[in-house]
Design a protein around this ligand. Structure first.
Ligand code: PLP
Length: 385
C-alpha cells in the first residue's frame, strides 16, 4: 500500500490507504479485529507473533499505513493516547543522561511530563521562547538529543519559524520532533520540512468526534520502530475498537478541516470586532503575529481561536456560561464547538507565575470551532459577549 503514498491524493488516501482489497466478506468498512491474540502459524520468533499490545494486528497495520500516507513519511504507529505518543517517543529518542530543548509554551500535559517526570527518568530539559532564536542557539550548545516544538502552540497559537528550527536543530545534531496535533496532517506534513518525528493527539482532529483517546507517532522508520519497541514494553497500545473508530474518523478529516477553517475564520473576524474581546489570535487573521508563517508552512489556518475576554476570570466564566452552543470543556478538534479557560484545564498544572510569564492569562479563552452553522456560532458568541 506504500504506493498509495504517491499515487493518490490526500482525500483518497484518508479513505482507502491501508485497507486491504478484497475485504473480508466484501465489507466496505474495515472490520474490528476484536482479538487479543492471533494464531501462530510457522512463527519462528517473538517478532512474528501477532498480539494486540504489540500494535501489529490488522487494525493497527491499516492505521499505520494510512497515517504514513497522510503524513507523507516512512512509518507510523498508533498509541493509546496523545500523551502516550509524546512520552514514549521522547523517552525513545532522548537517552538517559541526555538533554531535550523545547519551546516554552507547550501543551500542559507535555509541560507536566517534562517538569515532573523527565528528571526522575534521568533526562534533562531546557526551553526557549519561540521567537528568540538567540536563546535557541544558546540552548543548542548543550548538544540536546532532541529539539521539540509544537506546530501551532497550545493555547496561544504561536507558530515557530519551522524551517529555521529545522536548520538550527540539524546543525546542532539534534533530532527534530514536533507535536502536529493542532494542524493534523491535512494542514502540515512535518517530514517534508525535515522533521524526524511528528506526534499527534489523535483524540483531536484526526478522530474528530470526541469519542476516542488515541495518539500517533509518524516519521523516520528507524525512530518509529524504536518507539514501537519501547511502547511494547510500556504497554501503551491502542485497543482494536478505538483503532476502528479512529480509522473511521480519519476518512472525513479533509472535509472536516475545510469546514473548521471556514467557521473559525468567520468567528475570529466577528470576535475581533467586539469591544468585549482583546487580542483575538487566529492564524488566518492578518493581525496574528505569525500569519505569514501559517501561509508559508501550512495548507490552511485550522480551527482553533484564542482571545482574552475583557474582564476578570470570574466574568470570563460567566461569559462562557452564557454560551448556548459550545460545550465548556477541555479538548478540541471535534465536530462540536468547545470552549475552555486553559488556566483551569489544559494549563492548570503550570505554576501561576510561570503561566503569567508565558502569556497564558486568567481571562484567556480557547475555542475549538466545530462544524455547526457559522451564523449560529457567531450569533451565540455575540449574545454571550
Ligand atoms: N498535544 C496537544 C497539543 C494536546 O492538546 C493534547 C491534549 O489536549 C495532547 C497532546 C495530549 O493528548 P491526549 O489527551 O490524547 O493524551
Amino acid at each position: 500500500m506504500k504506493e498509495t503514498n504517491t499515487k493518490f491524493g490526500f482525500q483518497t488516501n484518508s479513505i482507502h490507504a491501508g485497507e486491504k482489497r478484497p475485504t473480508i466478506e466484501g465489507a466496505v468498512g474495515m472490520p474490528i479485529f476484536q482479538n487479543s491474540t492471533y494464531e501462530v502459524s510457522g512463527a519462528k520468533s517473538y517478532d512474528s507473533v501477532r498480539y494486540t499490545r504489540l500494535s501489529n494486528t490488522p487494525n493497527h497495520v491499516a492505521l499505520a499505513e494510512k497515517l504514513s500516507a497522510l503524513e507523507r513519511c516512512e512509518e507510523a504507529l498508533v498509541t493509546s493516547s496523545g500523551m502516550s505518543a509524546i512520552t514514549t517517543a521522547l523517552l525513545a529518542t532522548v537517552p538517559a543522561g541526555g538533554h531535550l530543548v523545547a519551546q516554552s509554551t507547550l501543551y500542559g500535559g507535555t509541560h507536566a511530563f517534562l517538569t515532573e517526570d523527565f528528571g526522575n527518568l534521568g533526562r534533562t530539559y531546557s526551553t526557549f521562547e519561540v521567537d528568540d532564536m538567540t536563546a535557541l542557539e544558546r540552548e543548542l550548545t548543550r548538544k540536546p538529543a532532541v529539539l521539540y516544538v509544537e506546530a501551532i502552540s497550545n493555547p496561544l497559537l504561536k507558530i515557530p519559524d519551522l524551517a529555521r528550527i529545522v536548520e538550527l536543530g540539524k546543525k546542532a545534531g539534534a533530532l527534530l520532533v514536533i507535536d502536529n496535533t493542532f494542524c493534523s496532517p491535512y494542514l502540515f506534513n512535518p517530514s517534508q520540512l525535515g522533521f524526524d518525528l511528528s506526534l499527534h493527539s489523535a483524540t483531536k482532529y484526526l478522530n474528530g468526534h470526541s469519542d476516542v483517546i488515541a495518539g500517533v507517532v509518524a516519521g523516520k522508520k528507524a525512530l518509529v520502530d524504536k518507539t514501537r519497541l519501547l511502547l511494547n514494553h510500556l504497554g501503551g497500545s491502542l485497543d482494536p475498537h478505538s483503532c476502528f473508530l479512529l480509522n473511521r474518523g480519519i476518512k472525513t478529516l479533509a472535509a472536516r478541516m475545510k469546514m473548521h477553517e471556514e467557521n473559525a475564520m468567520a468567528l475570529a473576524e466577528a470576535l475581533a470586532g467586539s469591544p468585549k474581546v482583546k487580542n483575538v489570535r487566529y492564524p488566518g487573521l492578518k493581525s496574528h503575529p505569525h500569519h505569514q508563517r501559517a501561509r508559508e508552512y501550512f495548507r490552511g489556518f485550522g480551527g482553533m481561536i484564542a482571545f482574552e475576554y475583557n474582564g476578570t476570570a470570574e466574568e470570563t466564566d460567566k461569559f462562557l456560561d452564557r454560551l448556548r452552543i459550545p460545550f465548556v470543556a477541555p479538548s478540541l478538534g471535534g465536530v462540536e464547538s468547545l470552549v475552555t479557560r486553559p488556566v483551569t484545564t489544559s494549563h492548570s498544572a503550570i505554576l501561576p507565575e510561570h503561566r503569567l510569564k508565558l502569556g497564558v492569562l486568567d481571562n484567556l479563552v480557547r475555542v475549538s470551532v466545530g462544524l455547526e452553522d457559522k451564523n449560529d456560532l457567531i450569533a451565540d458568541f455575540l449574545q454571550a459577549l
